[in-house]
Structures are given as structure tokens and as C-alpha cells.
Ligand binder design. Structure first.
Ligand code: ATP
Length: 306
């Protein structure tokens, strides 16, 4: 639901609305498109994207008034560059991506794209400029074709097939008895984590947004699949302003800047080499990750010998 842009408290709100009987279906869909707490400013214009440079300026945020999650975050992703956000679980990494997509508004400070405060532009224009490859892709109970074309509903069949090819899922789909018409989702063919990610990548290729949020999968992919998907994501990110929310460190080495978030503050920032040199939190996390990777590789070798 998060990924559809429907905060949980909104469900409660909708439930009360329905109970009161004041909401007919049409209104309900209007509400779904525009969550109650986030509304367009009365004079909101369209976001005008030049290069797509993103700035967080002293951003503070809390979901609940009594618990501050982000405590003054400032950074910039210059147009076309990649910034990776890393840090311990619960540090607030995914919250940054939710704020950029404007699922929530900042409590103080501001977020701008090419100098425009994202609260001053329409949500529609904001969201059409940003592509999101989430941790867990939501598939609709519909055909694979529909699920890919969702990235740009006016795309034609050739464009959908081309996006699938670039996301390296065309081969798989074309091998199915019903090809692109195969139903997927809860009631259809169950796709693996990697296949779902490729559907999300194909959607994003179709949408071709200037700004990209990659919220990395924490687990679930084997090493080879992960490496392949990473290569595809790198290709999609080329030339786009990209924020990578990284749960594993192996994928951030080439980022233009790495931001290390800890308890809602930026603890360290710099390139991979600079942060290793510094010998702080990032260097510790990196060493730990390497140990884990080596242990995994040893285990794989032992298994292969059996
Ligand atoms: P992880 O690496 O485990 O995904 P993260 O750094 O991405 O963690 P966030 O998802 O940004 O962390 O969450 C930061 C904090 O905000 C957490 O303590 C979490 O419990 C809290 N939080 C997240 N979403 C909500 C919500 N909808 N309502 C209240 N608190 C929330």
C-alpha cells in the first residue's frame, strides 16, 4: 500500500468515510488518488524539470509528533548524479525516498527539484518526474503486459516489448504459453523476486523519468541474479538523477557520494574511498559486510563439493 501512495492512516480515514455513508465510489477514487493529508497548494503549478537536481535542505520529519525520525538532513544530488544512502536499519533511509515522492510532507526544512519546493507543484507533475524501483514490487492481478505498461499507460505493444527486452525479462515472458497475456499477481502466475524486480525495471524504462529512486531489495535474490539486476539498474540510472537506498554495501561503491545515516542524522559522507580511509561507521559496516560475503561464498563452495 505504501508503494501505491496510500498511507495507512488514510485507510482508517476512508473506512470512517464509508461508514458515514458520505462517500460514493467516484469520490472514493478521487480520494485514493490524493491522500487526505497531502493536498496540492491552491496555486500549484507543474514541476518544470531542467536537469533534475534534487536538494534536501535541513529536513526534519516525524511520523508521530513524539518521535523525530529525521533531524536536519541536507544534501544535494546534482543533475544526472547518483547519491547512495546507507546506514543501520531504522536510520530513516526509506523515509527520505517517501518524502521525495511526497507521500508525506517534511515537518520543517524543504526539498527542491531544480529550485522548486516540491510542495509548490502538483503531485501529478512531481510523481511523473520520479521513477521508483521499490524493494517489493506490487503486481496487479492482470496480465504481464498490463503490469509493464503501467509505467506509461499510453505505450504501444512494441514499446512494452522493447522495455521488457531491455529489462532482460522478454525471453522469460515469451517462453510462457500465453506470453505477455499471462495473468500474474495473487491470482495468477507467481513471479520470483528477481522477475518482479525486472517487471519494475521494465516499467521504469517505459516511464523514462529524469529522477530515479532505487530502494534496494534487502534479501531474497541469489548472488548471480543480484549482480545481473544491479547491472540493469546501473544502466537505467545512467544520466538520471538517482537516489539509491542501499541495504547492502556492495552496490554503492560507484556512487558519486555516499551518505551514511545514523539515527536520523548524517554521520558521515563522501566517496567510498574517502569513507574507507576515514575508518568510521562506513568502514566498519564495510568490513562486516565483507566477512558476511566471504562466509556465504565459503558455504556455497562447501555445498558445491557435496
Ligand atoms: P531499513 O534499512 O530497515 O529499511 P530505514 O533506514 O529505511 O530502515 P525507515 O523505513 O526510514 O528506516 O524508518 C525509520 C524509522 O521510522 C523507523 O524507526 C520506523 O519504525 C519508523 N517508521 C517508518 N514508517 C513509519 C510509519 N508509517 N509510521 C510511524 N513510524 C514509521
Amino acid at each position: 500500500l505504501m508503494q501505491l501512495g496510500i498511507p495507512l492512516n488514510f485507510i482508517g480515514f476512508m473506512y470512517r468515510e464509508i461508514r458515514q455513508g458520505v462517500t460514493d465510489l467516484e469520490q472514493m477514487f478521487d480520494l485514493l488518488a490524493e491522500p487526505a493529508e497531502i493536498v496540492d497548494a491552491p496555486n500549484a503549478g507543474k514541476l518544470s524539470v531542467q536537469g533534475g537536481s534534487v536538494r534536501f535542505e535541513d529536513v526534519q520529519f516525524s511520523y508521530d509528533p513524539d518521535r523525530q525520525i529525521l533531524k536536519g538532513i541536507s544534501f544535494e544530488i546534482p543533475a544526472g548524479k547518483t547519491v547512495a544512502v546507507v546506514g543501520p536499519s531504522g536510520a530513516g533511509k526509506s523515509t527520505l525516498s517517501r518524502l521525495l515522492f511526497r507521500f508525506y510532507d517534511v515537518t520543517s526544512g524543504r526539498i527542491t527539484i531544480d529550485g522548486q519546493d516540491i510542495r509548490d507543484v502538483t503531485q501529478e507533475s512531481l510523481r511523473s518526474a520520479i521513477g521508483m524501483v521499490p524493494q517489493d514490487t506490487v503486481l496487479f492481478n492482470d496480465s504481464i503486459f498490463y503490469n509493464i505498461r503501467y509505467g506509461r499507460p499510453d505505450a504501444d505493444a512494441d514499446e512494452v516489448r522493447e522495455a521488457a527486452r531491455q529489462a532482460r525479462i522478454a525471453h522469460f515472458v515469451e517462453g510462457l504459453p500465453n506470453g505477455y497475456d499471462t495473468p500474474v499477481g495473487e491470482r495468477g502466475l507467481k513471479l520470483s523476486g528477481g522477475e518482479k524486480q525486472r517487471v519494475a525495471i521494465a516499467r521504469t524504462i517505459l516511464k523514462s523519468p529524469p529522477i530515479l529512486i532505487l530502494d534496494e531489495a534487502t534479501s531474497a535474490l541469489d548472488t548471480n541474479t543480484e549482480r545481473e539486476i544491479q547491472a540493469e539498474l546501473d544502466r537505467v540510472a545512467e544520466g538520471r538523477t538517482t537516489m539509491v537506498i542501499a541495504h547492502r554495501l556492495s552496490t554503492v561503491v560507484n556512487a558519486d557520494e555516499i551518505i551514511v545515516l545514523e539515527k536520523g542524522r548524517i554521520a558521515e559522507r563522501g566517496s567510498h574511498a574517502e569513507l574507507i580511509e576515514k575508518g568510521g561507521l562506513y568502514a566498519t559496516m564495510w568490513a562486516r559486510q565483507r566477512e558476511a560475503d566471504e562466509a556465504e561464498a565459503r558455504l556455497a563452495r562447501v555445498k558445491a563439493e557435496d
